[in-house]
Design a protein around this ligand. Structure first.
Ligand code: TXA
Ligand code: MG
Length: 343
C-alpha cells in the first residue's frame, strides 16, 4: 500500500466542528470517553492519565485488560513525554510519517499508567492525521494525550464512519465526533523498537517499502503465529471479523465455490477485485461486489463493505484472494484474520 498524502494542516475545521470539539473536551475533562475520527479508523478516546476513564474503554469494548492501548499525541515534540530511550531509527520514522498511520512501540516513560500498557514496559504512540483528531489533541494541551483503541467491540471490524460507531457502541458512549469516512480505512502500521532491530507488528496504512526507504534497511515483519507471547490483540488469528462467515478463495476456484454455495441455497456475496467474469447469473442466492483493483482504494472500502454485508444477512462472504504483493499485505492480513472463523 502506498502512503496516502494528506494535507492535515490545511484542512479547515468548521465552526460547528469546533463547538463539537469543545463539547468533547468537556466530556474528556469529566472523565468520559469520546469516539473520534482518525485517518485510519475511528478511535474510542479517553484521557491517558484518568484511570477510571481508561477502565471505561476496556468495559465498553469488552476488551481484556491486559491488551494495551495506543497513546495518541498532538505532535512529534510531545513524544519524549511518553517514551524514553527513543532510538534514532524511531525518530526518523516519526519525522517522516507523523501525522499519519504509523504507531511506534517504545519504552514507556513514567507518565504512562500500567492500565494503558497492559502492564508492559512499552507503549504504542502515534500522531493521527485527521484534522479533528489533531484539533482535539491540541486542545487537550501539553502533558495530556488520548488513549484510544479502535471504536468497536473486541475482535470485531473497525469502524470507518461515525455511523459504524453509532451502530455498535452508540448506546454506551456520550459522544461521537463525525469526521466523515476515514481516508486510509485500515489501522495504522505498528513498528516495534523494543528488540535489536525494528519489527513490524501489524501491517497497515504505511507500506513496508516506505518504511524501508526511510530506514535505509530492510525491516522484518512478525508473523501472525509468532504473536502468542506478545499481547497485540490485532495479531490474534481471528480478529477484525464480520459475524457473517468469510471465506477466502483463489481466483481460479471462485466460480466452483460460488456454485457449491448456491447449490446448497446459501445466500452468498462474492467479492472480487480482478476483472474476472463469473459465469454465474446473480440471483436471490448469489450477489457480486466488484472492489477496486488498487490497494489504497480497496483498503479504504474494505471495512465499510464488511459492515454493510454483515447487515444484509448473507450466509457467506466469498472473497477473492488479493495479489501476493507487498502493497497488499495489510489487506491480506485483515482478510486472513476475518476468514479465520470460517476456515
Ligand atoms: O489506526 C490505529 O492504530 C487505530 C486508531 C484509532 O489510532 N487504533 C487501533 O487501536 O487500531 P487498537 O487498540 O484497536 O489496536 C492497537 C494495537 C493492538 O493490537 C495493541 O495490542 C497494539 O496496538 N499495542 C498497543 N500498545 C502496544 C505495546 N506496548 N506493545 C505491543 N502492541 C501494542
Ligand atoms: Mg482494534
Amino acid at each position: 500500500m502506498k502512503t496516502v498524502s494528506f494535507s492535515f494542516e490545511s484542512a479547515v475545521i468548521t465552526e460547528q466542528q469546533r463547538e463539537q470539539i469543545s463539547r468533547a473536551m468537556s466530556i474528556l475533562n469529566a472523565g468520559g470517553v469520546v469516539a473520534f475520527p482518525t485517518e485510519t479508523v475511528y478511535g474510542l478516546g479517553a484521557d491517558v492519565t484518568n484511570l477510571e476513564a481508561i477502565s471505561s474503554i476496556y468495559r465498553i469494548k469488552q476488551r481484556p485488560m491486559n491488551h494495551p492501548l495506543i497513546v495518541h499525541i498532538a505532535d512529534f515534540s510531545c513524544l519524549s513525554e511518553w517514551a524514553q530511550a527513543i532510538p534514532d531509527t524511531a525518530l526518523k520514522l516519526a519525522a517522516r510519517f507523523w501525522p499519519g498511520p504509523l504507531t511506534l512501540i517504545l519504552k514507556r516513560s513514567r507518565c504512562v499508567p500500567d492500565i494503558v500498557t497492559g502492564g508492559q514496559d512499552t507503549v504504542g504512540i502515534r500522531v493521527p492525521g485527521h484534522p479533528i483528531a489533531l484539533a482535539l489533541l491540541r486542545s487537550l494541551g501539553r502533558g495530556r494525550a488520548l488513549a484510544a483503541p479502535s471504536a468497536n467491540r473486541f475482535g470485531r471490524i473497525s469502524p470507518t464512519t461515525a455511523a459504524h460507531v453509532q451502530k455498535e457502541l452508540g448506546t454506551e458512549i456520550s459522544m461521537i465526533l463525525d469526521g466523515g469516512s476515514c481516508a486510509v480505512g485500515l489501522e495504522s502500521t505498528i513498528v516495534s523498537f523494543v528488540g535489536d532491530n525494528p519489527k513490524v507488528l501489524r501491517p497497515g496504512g504505511i507500506a513496508l517499502a516506505e518504511l524501508e526507504s526511510v530506514l535505509g534497511a530492510s525491516i522484518s515483519m512478525m508473523h501472525r503465529s509468532d504473536s502468542s507471547t506478545i499481547r497485540v490483540p490485532g495479531s490474534l488469528s481471528s480478529h477484525y471479523a464480520p459475524t457473517t462467515p468469510l471465506k477466502l478463495c483463489a481466483t481460479e476456484q471462485l466460480w466452483q465455490y460460488a456454485q457449491k454455495m448456491t447449490n446448497q441455497q446459501l445466500k452468498t456475496m462474492v467479492i472480487t477485485w480482478s476483472p474476472i467474469q463469473l459465469p454465474l447469473q446473480q440471483n436471490e442466492y448469489l450477489q457480486h461486489c466488484s472492489m477496486p483493483n488498487d490497494p489504497e482504494s480497496y483498503g479504504r472500502e474494505l471495512y465499510a463493505i464488511l459492515h454493510q454485508f454483515d447487515q444484509a444477512e448473507f450466509d457467506y462472504l466469498l472473497v477473492e484472494m488479493v495479489p501476493d504483493h507487498p502493497n497488499w499485505v495489510a489487506i491480506e492480513d485483515r482478510l486472513q484474520r476475518a476468514s479465520h472463523r470460517a476456515s
